[in-house]
Design a protein around this ligand. Structure first.
Ligand SMILES: C[S@@+](CC[C@H](N)C(=O)[O-])C[C@H]1O[C@@H](n2cnc3c(N)ncnc32)[C@H](O)[C@@H]1O
Length: 208
């Protein structure tokens, strides 16, 4: 996993461009309404989805495994603190965050690691903390393409397995939280030579 991402960021740099995702704009509105102050961004990449929050004055910390992405991020989004670490072992204090925004990272993990990661997220949120996640859905065109690695998990790019979530599956991953919202969001992207639209599942949850 780390080799895959280091290689991609080294070669392609700002892979998804400078603009933040559509879902981060939704999350920003919700976080503003709920008077959030501190936000954790796990798998923060080069900062395209942290800058939208840091620019608005939120205290933002990104956790990112790729050293190349962290270097790009520090330039692209100087207001966020980026920590070069794994989301499976986050070196931060429990209960430190009002909110988490996590774009397209959970589906990159295998089952055991998804459970560890979500437990870490739960512990890092303060009571009634919010989390907004997006993941690949089972409506994606790449679902069931490539080598099967686990249930509903396929290696459609060498070295990068991806898990495709049904609604039921996503609900069961967030069983320790209260689910406030869940749905499909169409996320346009333009990289690798062609524009395409991802059919992502998003969920807004609250720590119980
Ligand atoms: C699909 S990219 C999304 C990047 C970013 N969330 C964005 O919206 O631009 C997945 C990101 O998760 C990072 N990542 C993957 N596994 C990780 C891990 N175990 N710990 C921390 N970051 C990880 C990758 O390096 C990459 O930056």
């Amino acid at each position: 996993m780390i080799d895959y991402w280091n290689k991609r960021f080294k070669l392609e740099e700002k892979i998804w461009g400078n603009n933040s995702s559509k879902s981060s704009q939704n999350a920003l509105e919700i976080f503003h309404h709920k008077k959030i102050k501190s936000i954790l961004i796990p798998g923060s990449g080069y900062g395209r989805n942290s800058k939208i929050f840091s620019q608005k004055g939120y205290n933002v910390i990104g956790i990112e495994i790729s050293v190349f992405a962290c270097k790009l991020a520090k330039k692209f989004d100087p207001l966020t603190i980026f920590i070069n670490a794994s989301i499976l072992n986050i070196p931060l204090i429990e209960g430190e965050f009002d909110a988490i925004y996590c774009f397209n990272v959970l589906h990159l993990l295998l089952e055991d690691d998804r459970i560890i990661f979500l437990k870490n997220c739960y512990n890092l949120l303060n009571s009634n903390g919010l989390a907004y996640f997006t993941v690949f859905s089972d409506m994606e065109s790449n679902f069931r393409k490539g080598k099967k690695v686990e249930n509903n998990t396929f290696e459609n790019k060498p070295g990068r397995p991806a898990h495709y979530f049904s609604e039921k599956d996503l609900l069961s991953h967030f069983k320790d939280f209260s689910v406030l919202k869940m749905g499909i969001i169409n996320e346009p992207e333009d990289h690798g030579g062609k524009a395409h639209i991802h059919k992502l599942r998003y969920t807004l949850v609250e720590k119980n």
